[in-house]
Design a protein around this ligand. Sequence first.
Ligand code: NI
Length: 427
Amino acid sequence: MLIVIRDALAILPQGGQDVIDRHSIYIHDGLIVGIDEQPPELAQESAYVIDGTDRLVIPGLINAHTHTYMSMMRNCADDLSFMDWLFNRVDPIEGRMTPEDAYWGSLLGQIEMIRSGTTTFNDMQMHIHQTTKAVRESGMRAVICRGLVGGEYDRSDIRLQQALEEMEEANECSRLSFRLGPHAPYTCGPDYLRMVADVAKEKGLGIHIHLSESVTESENMRKDHNCTPIEYALNAGIFEVPTIAAHCVQVTEKDIEILAQHKVSVVTNPASNMKLGNGFAPVPEMMAAGINVCLGTDGAASNNAQNMFREMGYLSMIHKGTHKTPQCIGASEVFRAATINGARALGLNTGAIETGRKADLAILRLDVASMMPNNNLLAALSYSANGSEVETVIIDGQIVMENRELKTIDEERVYYEIRKMSDHLGL
Ligand code: NI
């Protein structure tokens, strides 16, 4: 089917700038096939037309670090210190979860993301099979990373073997791709990390890891290994494969140099870092060093939302505030962190409205108070929108939400299952 978004305002990259102008966008076979010009070979094709009056089209947002299965842990592990939160609250709940719980939890997270304009997420989790099933059904694009923990150089590691097998099984869906997800330096010994890096290299997989999230992590690393968590990952060979590092809050100047030199993409998660009392990543400094900084929500157990608009607002505000410099991060940089930078980090042909890219788009209403008076829409995305403006979402050329109605997920059923699960998990 040919889809045409007719005469809408849209944000397009032009000469290194984000330019907002009126365009018609042609979508066919999962791709953006034309802007303002219908490809001649599709002239006979009947078109499904979306009226662009009072609408803004943006590339779908890319949530570059989350744990969707944790969405059912929303608002049940709050106001705790980081290590208390992780080891005394989240881990025991995870231990009680069944694979089916992970399926419904992931769908809950995906509902919230689609409703607020996110089309892709990078998920570190324990249940590949159930999450890939949820992704096949929802129509979202996802990068799935099996969380790994261990101490030895052990290629027969059961979690790793499961991860590799489950990746093979899920390979037939073009919206899914995979990475290895060694959890963090404080849960993975150096030999284990070296083994994961070797396997990633052999299999051509990227790595997704938590690095330098809390002060405790950095202090313990200094005490036990006399280095920073980023030096620890470097020494284990992690940065020899394409790496996405979540958090990078407690980083030194030398750490920033290492990340830049090895082309590590950093995912900043401002809400999660603030809520767990972990502080603020030096995002303007990392951007100035040339690091590809993208944006993520982290899981709902620590955020507690999966809404990238809220995250964009935090990203701009906290650095202006902590640096006492409103110019240190602008609306355009925030928009890129939430779109094209995420696509670059994940190796996806998405994140911008351009002919030939995958058709992952969100259409926002402009005839609502938070977007009025429609004068600087790039600023509106970071500073005044909240995600409720998102009306229609297209992923891989498929309409997954139209006029705020989800086309692929039975929302009521998901909420019914989540309530039931909340009871049996004792949340
Ligand atoms: Ni995380």
